[in-house]
Structure formats: C-alpha cells, structure tokens
Design a protein around this ligand. Structure first.
Ligand code: AP5
Ligand code: MG
Length: 190
C-alpha cells in the first residue's frame, strides 16, 4: 500500500486536487477536516468536542484524529493506498502515523506539499467562504489563527519529511490544472 501525505497551508488546494489524485492512483481520500465536519453535522460526542476548537481555528487533540485515521486504515478495502489530506498536522501525529504503519512493516511513501504564500491563503479562503459556508472560513480572525497554527505546529513537518527524504514540494500558485500537472509529474515517480 502507498501512503501519501497531502500537505499544505489552509486554502492551498489540498481538497481541490485530491479528487484527481485518488482517481489516477486508486487511493482512498482521507481528509481529517472533512471527517470532523461530518461528526459535527451528525452531532456525535466527538463532533461536539471538536466543534468549538475548529470554529476558533485551533487543532483538535492528536489522539482524536489518530483514532479516526487508524479506524479508516482498518476498514478500507480495494484501494492501492491512501491520500492523507490534513493529517498529520503535528510532529506527534507524524510519529503516531509512522508507528501505526510500522506495525504492518509499511511506511509513508511521500509527502506531497502544495505551497502558496500567506496572502493567497486569505484570498482563496475568502472566495470559498461564499461558496461552501464553512464555519471556520467566515471570520478573518479565525483564518488568521489557522495560519498562525499552521506556521507554529504544522510547518515543522516540512523538516521532518525532508530529513526522511520524502518531501516533494509543489508550487500551488497558478490555475487548478497547472497545479494538478505539477502534482502528477512528482507523484508518477513515487
Ligand atoms: P481542514 O479541513 O483540513 O482545513 P485546512 O487545513 O485549513 O485546509 P482547507 O480545507 O481550508 O484548505 P485546502 O488546502 O483543502 O483548500 P481547498 O482545496 O478547499 O481542517 C479544518 C480544521 O479541522 C482544522 O483547522 C482543525 O481544527 C481540524 N483538523 C483537521 N485535521 C486535523 C488534524 N490532523 N489535527 C488536528 N486538527 C485537525 O481550496 C481553497 C479554495 O481555493 C477553494 O475555493 C478552491 O476552489 C480554491 N482553489 C484551490 N486551488 C486553486 C487554484 N489553483 N487557483 C484558484 N483557486 C483555487
Ligand atoms: Mg480541505
């Protein structure tokens, strides 16, 4: 099985590009953000715990997302691998992922990182706010907190995967098609 980490700041285009990636490489798309929003919509205890954290632009506890990912690994059949969108997001989550995979003598195949500048994050999220109505897109101060949280807690993963020789950075600027082509060029070799 292949395990791709789809990495990038909020609004970089992870969700936008994921569909074409799972189709081309027969992967299961696992977005922790989408899984958490589904829990919130269903009003589960986990959703209730996550709601206020997400709406303030903070991360939910590592153990919550790690549990969700491990359950999906166990229950998903018929694919050649997984596309992990928005997970891991902390060094602790990356280490937990490594230890989950090592139980079956597997490891992360590569970290595909879609990179855009902070100024473009604001622009793309402001655009999406009018379309998708996500609670964490509505207020500029929440978006700013998500960007701060990304730099403080998630960006260190770049070095983590660089040191493991598994980091593939993609220029996330330009059109959706241009970014998709760059991603395929990198992933075709992995
Ligand atoms: P999550 O849902 O993962 O949100 P995020 O990381 O902030 O990323 P986004 O979904 O906002 O951005 P994206 O890269 O998918 O961009 P998109 O493709 O939509 O997480 C939400 C929250 O859940 C977190 O804040 C946290 O609280 C919690 N959470 C999730 N995972 C967690 C974890 N592992 N640990 C702890 N907590 C966790 O694109 C954005 C917009 O731009 C769209 O409108 C799109 O159409 C447009 N666009 C995309 N590409 C282009 C392009 N090339 N040109 C023009 N427009 C474009
Ligand atoms: Mg997304």
């Amino acid at each position: 099985m292949k395990y791709f980490v789809l990495f990038g700041p909020p609004g970089a285009g992870k969700g936008t590009q994921a569909g074409a990636m799972v189709e081309r490489y027969n992967l299961c798309h696992l977005s922790t953000g989408e899984l958490l929003r589904a829990e919130i919509a269903a009003g589960t205890p986990l959703g209730l715990q996550a709601k206020s954290l997400i709406e303030a632009g903070n991360l939910v506890p590592d153990s919550v997302v790690e549990g969700m990912i491990e359950a999906k690994f166990r229950d998903t059949k018929g694919v050649d691998g997984f596309l992990l969108d928005g997970f891991p997001r902390t060094i602790a989550q990356a280490q937990a992922l490594d230890s989950m995979l090592s139980k079956s003598s597997e490891s992360v195949t590569g970290c595909v990182s879609i990179m855009i500048p902070d100024s473009l994050i604001q622009e793309r999220i402001a655009h999406r706010a009018n379309i998708e109505g996500r609670a964490d897109d509505a207020r500029p101060e929440v978006v700013e907190n998500r960007i701060r949280t990304y730099h403080a807690k998630t960006e260190p993963l770049i070095d983590f995967y660089r040191k493991a020789d598994k980091y593939y950075e993609i220029d996330g600027t330009g059109t959706i098609e241009e970014v998709r082509k760059r991603i395929f060029t990198a992933m075709d070799k992995l």
